[in-house]
Design a protein around this ligand. Structure first.
Ligand SMILES: NC(=O)C1=CN([C@@H]2O[C@H](COP(=O)(O)OP(=O)(O)OC[C@H]3O[C@@H](n4cnc5c(N)ncnc54)[C@H](OP(=O)(O)O)[C@@H]3O)[C@@H](O)[C@H]2O)C=CC1
Ligand SMILES: O=C(O)[C@@H]1CCC=N1
Length: 289
């Protein structure tokens, strides 16, 4: 795996986000905060939710549309199209998108499970595709994005993709068959950490701390632990050992986690996430007649 960190180049081409939900907003928010793309070069499309588009326009000064008469022209004139719709909507969208594309329109997909091959089959053409798996922490510039490219993509387009995601966090280039397991770690991963935080906060409240105190303590603990791993370069297991006094309170807590098979449960959750991504991709592939 080849890892690259933040880049500060500008993207001067218009970018259209096809889908204006949580993930599209996370990327757009991060891009605008880093001034990597001018807001006037960004268009966000959705299907029907006009209130959502108004909100995005107000917040980020981007262009927006859900006007079915205007959308084809917007797409035809966009050299970069980011697919940010749910997997269930992808087949219909890609089938109608194919005839609107030029040979060198760059398709960037963030859709879980959807393979490059299925994207090209649904578009009905061998389009340059970057299949990516970002996460919502992109919105604060701390995203972790995995990327695979189709062989049709050229160096300039790779650079555009690197700039796009490098501006909102780290980028890890992987072979396409590794994107599902990567989804299990970093794409869905923020949800596992939030879930752990929910549980820690609930425990603190049950123990008599205020919700505000629990929030502050939990956030700082998670932040501090992640930064310790990052800044010291030590393995998480070594750092854990430094917290765990023999026969102390941490050891008692870890033993309780182990009774619930914590370690293997996390591994099973990541594996199930990867498997589910594959299932979603397979369902889309089967839909091609
Ligand atoms: N959320 C996350 O943490 C991550 C998500 N992803 C991927 O990102 C993709 C989007 O997820 P998320 O942002 O959570 O989804 P959301 O449900 O928040 O957003 C989906 C968006 O797609 C729009 N849409 C649906 N159908 C059409 C259509 N036919 N034409 C135009 N727009 C359409 C919806 O518009 P409307 O509301 O008007 O129907 C909505 O704006 C998914 O494929 C997911 O796998 C990847 C990494 C992380
Ligand atoms: O839950 C999902 O399907 C998407 C993919 C990664 C994060 N959210």
């Amino acid at each position: 795996m080849n890892k690259m960190s933040q880049q500060q180049a500008m993207i001067t081409e218009p970018i259209t986000f096809y889908g204006a939900g949580s993930m599209a907003e996370a990327i757009v928010k991060g891009l605008i905060a880093k001034t990597v793309v001018q807001a006037s070069d960004i268009t966000m499309l959705n299907r029907s939710n006009s209130r959502r588009l108004d909100e995005l326009q107000q917040l980020y000064s981007v262009k927006v549309s859900n006007d079915s008469a205007a959308v084809p022209e917007i797409l035809q004139n966009s050299p970069v199209i980011v697919l940010a719709i749910k997997p269930k909507d992808a087949a219909e969208v890609l089938r109608s998108l194919g005839p609107l594309l030029s040979e060198d329109t760059l398709i960037v997909s963030v859709i879980a499970g959807l393979t490059i091959r299925t994207i090209q089959d649904l578009l009905g053409r061998k389009q340059p595709v970057a299949r990516t798996m970002p996460n919502t922490s992109s919105s604060i510039g701390l995203g972790a994005t995995g990327i695979s490219y189709s062989k049709e993509i050229n160096d300039r387009q790779r650079q555009t993709v690197m700039t796009l995601f490098g501006a909102v966090g780290t980028v890890t280039i992987v072979e396409e068959d590794k994107l599902e397991i990567l989804t299990g770690i970093s794409g869905s991963g923020p949800a596992y950490i939030y879930y752990m935080m929910e549980a820690m906060m609930a425990a603190g409240i049950r123990g008599g701390l205020t919700p505000q105190q629990c929030r502050e303590l939990t956030v700082q603990t998670v932040l501090g632990a992640a930064r310790m791993v990052q800044l010291t370069g030590e393995e998480p297991s070594a750092l854990r050992a430094k917290v765990t006094s023999p026969n102390g309170s941490t050891q008692a807590a870890i033993e309780t986690l182990d009774k619930g098979d914590f370690f293997e449960t996390v591994i099973a959750a990541v594996a199930r996430c990867a498997e589910r991504s594959k299932e979603m991709g397979a369902a889309l592939k089967e839909g091609i007649s």
